[in-house]
Design a protein around this ligand. Sequence first.
Ligand SMILES: NC(=O)C1=CN([C@@H]2O[C@H](COP(=O)(O)OP(=O)(O)OC[C@H]3O[C@@H](n4cnc5c(N)ncnc54)[C@H](OP(=O)(O)O)[C@@H]3O)[C@@H](O)[C@H]2O)[C@H](O)CC1
Ligand SMILES: [K+]
Length: 514
Amino acid sequence: MKIFTGEQIYQADKFTIEKQQITSDELMERVAVQLFNWLHLRLQGAQPKIHLFCGIGNNGGDGLAVARHLQEHGYNIEVYIVNYNEKRTDEFLTNLKRLKDRNVWPNFLSKETELPTISREDIVVDAIFGIGLNRTPDDWVASLMTHINNSEAFVLAVDVPSGLFLDKVVENPNAIIHANHILTFQSPKLAFFLPQTGIYCNQWEIIDIGIDVEFLTVTETTYTLISKNEVLQSYMPREKFAHKGTYGHSLIIGGSYGKIGATILAAKGALNSGSGLVSAFLPQCGYIPMQSAMPEIMVQTDVNENTITDFHFNLEPTVIGVGPGLGKASETVEAFTKFLQNNKIPLVIDADALNIISENKDLLKLIPEDSVLTPHPKELERLIGVWDSDFDKLEKAKLFSLELKCVLVIKGAHTIVLYKGKGFINTSGNPGMATAGSGDVLTGVITGLIAQGYPKVLAAIFGVYLHGSAGDLAVEKLGYQSLTASSIANTIGGAFIELFKRPEVPQQQEQQQA
Ligand SMILES: NC(=O)C1=CN([C@@H]2O[C@H](COP(=O)(O)OP(=O)(O)OC[C@H]3O[C@@H](n4cnc5c(N)ncnc54)[C@H](OP(=O)(O)O)[C@@H]3O)[C@@H](O)[C@H]2O)[C@H](O)CC1
Ligand SMILES: [K+]
């Protein structure tokens, strides 16, 4: 799903209004009906007090239009105009008049007025600011927002939580609504997925407001949200007459004394994601653990017992996943440098291999084009330097991946794959996956997919999704605390099967369809 910028959303409105020959008031009414239906369906006649806080722009206009529908259906509403600006949009004024015509008189809130009473059983509809926010709200508006947050009432945000910028982080942490649920229009917003701003966006849902299909199809976006529908398009089915050679040969290079487990997890990831053959190149101390843990893996070893000192193997892999458990011993650094100088095979670079590169920046130019780099936040910082905010991080990381011509996988709650100036934001996964070895499995999965012939960037996008989806399946049985990297690796197969499951049809509907 495409993620549009604020500017593109305003263009989409204009385009839709012209193409569908509707007025902006009609478009707002579409929005309002959808928002009302959402609430009406869930309230089912219940009568909590609904406080609607409306700004003076079109976000406020949406709020006022919803208030009218709620009033017409007999709901218990209280409407407030948060009068933070002299300016008013036409749509706001039209909807204010419609309310007044129905004898609903909003309370005008300003610096001088008292804060309204809100109890925790109430519902708040937050329509103070939408995507038009362009500066930090005044202190009195921030106080009102804090008051709403402290009320513990259920907060439903219209389009975005008020106070959220689409392209920068909040400056005053009190000047933003903490939304329980966001009904966002047509497409999700980038800020929902970044840690510094995502914390205010608990749950979100798309409201389809009928933006013109041509606009949605033709307009290119920098960021795309990746869920099942997107990855299914890149899935490569297994062929009847295929043999194990058809699906490539992954080589996992890594391990050092006490860190052989990382390579076992990576090898398992590669095997379970479908790599035809998987080999491992390890220090000698890794031979027995790997052979005992996984009979399917072929092992070659270094001359050294505890660390890798010479990347010398007698096989021609399709792709190499390098780094898990590798360590940074000086002999290893030297050997890795030599390896990079001579290597022509595609690479997935992780963990200590990334750390060695960060500490020896000259190695960057030796990384083959289209390699996949999978840093966690600390490893990323070592590679690209510190950043001021999540938005700044993305810009710096995008530049790095462009300069290096590599696929950069920024691991996090929403892992983002960056390639050729575009970003792909993953939606699968859960907090239980922040566990030892989880990244090693991911390295293996991406390596295994490249071995099978998936183009590098697709292997990264698909691999990240599968890995998260395996975590989601495994957590159902194990719970967040007990989820382990091994269980994620063992559930990759389940994640493939899950790709083809259709959503369950409620029984009643099923009978009707029969
Ligand atoms: N396609 C869609 O998604 C549609 C969205 N709709 C809704 O419209 C809003 C956006 O409405 P807009 O009027 O552009 O902006 P806001 O309502 O968010 O803000 C109103 C004005 O407030 C001013 N502003 C900005 N920051 C501040 C601040 N800190 N303090 C005071 N005032 C501020 C700003 O004007 P200025 O000229 O003063 O800069 C804003 O213009 C969108 O979110 C949806 O809810 C439509 O309903 C339909 C299509
Ligand atoms: K809002």
